[in-house]
Write a new protein. Sequence first.
Length: 95
Amino acid sequence: MLIALRRIVRFLRLADREVEAACDVSAAQLFVLHMLVDGPADSVSELAQRTLTDQSSVSTVVARLVDRGLGKRTPSRAIASMFGVGAPSAAYPPP
């Protein structure tokens, strides 16, 4: 059982490297972008809930996406001190 789990973890690491080499984004960044295709999140907390991931991890991924121009932060309509997260419109033009 432990050997099978190690093989799965190894496969996931290798797949992450392949995705990053091919797309120039990590698998985590690609996953967050995929979640944002459905619509922007009102906050990093909401995005963390959507991705079933810890808020601090999502915040780090979002910061990297924003730095690369693949994401944007906008003031949240719900809470003035929070920022929403979304994909820039140029990256995902309307259908």
